[in-house]
Design a protein around this ligand. Sequence first.
Ligand code: BG6
Length: 304
Amino acid sequence: MTMSLNELNDHFAIPNIVRFEPGAGGRTVCHITNRYADASIALHGGHVLSYTPKDQHDLLWLSSESSFEQGEPIRGGIPVCWPWFGAHPEDESLPAHGFARRCRWEALGCETLPTGDTQLNLILRDNECTRHCWDYGFELELIVTVGKQLRVDLVMRNTGDTAFTCTAALHTYFDIGDITTTTVDGLDGHTYIDTVGGANTRHQQQGPVTFGGEVDRVYLDTTDTCIIHAPARHRRIEVAKQGSRTTVVWNPWIAKAQRMPDFGDDEYTEMLCVETTNAADDLVELAPGASHTTTAILEAQPGD
Ligand code: BG6
């Protein structure tokens, strides 16, 4: 059941902390303000749009050219890619990165935790539209916990009677201020698949990741925390994770930025994606009744 704005506020608003309002393109957005941070989450896509710890700049980047049209994904924030990451393995006519980021999710609950963090639960269930391109019974729950850290849990459940395999990403876009001075620690020594231009060649990371051109890499067999050093924003961002053995690092650089209609030509300088993924051979296989949770935990520290 799709709730109206009034119904959402009647059920889930918390005075001075949580409120549902109309956002860009008429999309419903949940705004959270607590003693630690401000955050906003669109019901469209189950999409975290912003997370701004007190006295800091937004950790997340959102394109000024993003579409907010019905059925289109939002460019920036934390898109939920599911039930496949990237192109569909067999049918490239199906939407890239799955359908979850294109669907409207429903609110399931909202509460203040004993820590003072605020937790919002959203849900997407299989329906006529999802069955059309992926004929399985499922429940996808997004648990967004806003505190000193931003924690996002993506819970995938098989509610049908057929086993399925899926891939996924919490495709986080970070605001790093200046890509040319940004580096990423935590991936040294790991093998990655370089997918720029469809190359799909394997390499080993030596030292921190640096940026001087398009980067599109799937790092394999890593559960490690990444640290993004963003001197232009005077901060470093820790990206910890659970339930994920692959990490994707992406910056489109100049030519790809120009090819994307919902991405400003020069915006590649301001953003970096470090994605908490289940991709490549990190497949999630779910028998009927089984579930898997992929979690991203983000925290900024001043300095750098
Ligand atoms: C990344 C992929 O995860 O997402 C890139 O590695 C892709 O290859 C990028 O270009 C953005 O994808 P989309 O579908 O949001 O344009």
